[in-house]
Design a protein around this ligand. Structure first.
Ligand code: E4P
Length: 223
């Protein structure tokens, strides 16, 4: 199951890649603009931080299929290695996903709100299907069910796509989609840290060290 970070912040990415088993980084136009940097330069810097073996997901901006394909080509000419082109699943987006897939370009179908959008995107050849969990919940939809049903459609009908759930606002949402079979999650740095930390774990470690120090006076088991 893939673990991806939702961020374009180099310091955050550097820290998280160093500490956690991260498979890649995903961006979108709203995430990119927060960094106030040149687009391609920022992508190159992210690539340098994550190395050539982790996936980098980059989203197109255009709203017509031909333009989306052109943007995908531009990104691919400049950013090498494991690159996935993110395309929102509008009608034009699906046309672009179909064309890019036919040309052998790996795509992520993003901004997914329903299982049938997921089905059409998988059928069009998207490598990743990305339901927007928190945004679905904000519309009072059952996001976990949407993720579960897309997983079912993909597995039952043997599509090659993977469900990479996105848009998380709390730990419970991540927990729930893991249980219904999402093939991966893309999580913002603050939620990722919350997923992992537990005050009882920190407290236990403190006691282990205190017990050891009381007996041996040292803070390490190494002489
Ligand atoms: C990732 O692919 C998405 O762009 C991202 O998770 C969206 O998150 P948001 O709904 O918190 O903006």
């Amino acid at each position: 199951m893939q673990l991806i970070i939702d961020s374009a912040n180099l310091d955050e990415i550097r820290e998280l890649v160093d500490y956690y088993p991260i498979d890649g980084v995903t961006t979108n136009p709203s995430i990119i603009v927060k960094e106030k940097k040149n687009f391609l330069q920022l992508l190159e810097e992210i690539r340098e931080v994550i190395g050539c073996k982790r996936e980098l997901f980059v989203q197109t901006l255009a709203d017509h299929a031909e333009e989306i394909v052109k943007e995908a080509k531009y990104i691919r000419e400049n950013i090498l290695d494991k690159l996935v082109i993110k395309v929102p699943v509008t009608k034009e987006g699906i046309k672009a996903i179909k064309a890019l897939s036919e040309a052998g370009v790996r795509t992520m179908a993003t901004t997914i709100y329903t299982p049938l959008q997921g089905y059409i995107a998988a059928k069009a050849g998207a490598a990743y299907i990305t339901p927007y969990v928190n945004r679905i919940e904000k519309l009072e939809g059952n996001a976990v069910n949407v993720v579960k049903e897309i997983v079912q459609i993909i597995e039952k009908h043997h599509f090659n796509s993977k469900v990479l759930a996105a848009s998380f606002n709390n730990v419970q949402q991540v927990h729930d989609v893991c249980l219904v079979g999402a093939h991966g999650v893309t999580i913002p740095p603050d939620i990722l840290r919350l997923c992992f930390s537990h005050r009882a774990t920190e407290a236990n470690v403190k006691v282990f060290i205190e017990d050891w120090q009381k007996e041996y006076g040292e803070k390490s088991i190494v002489d």
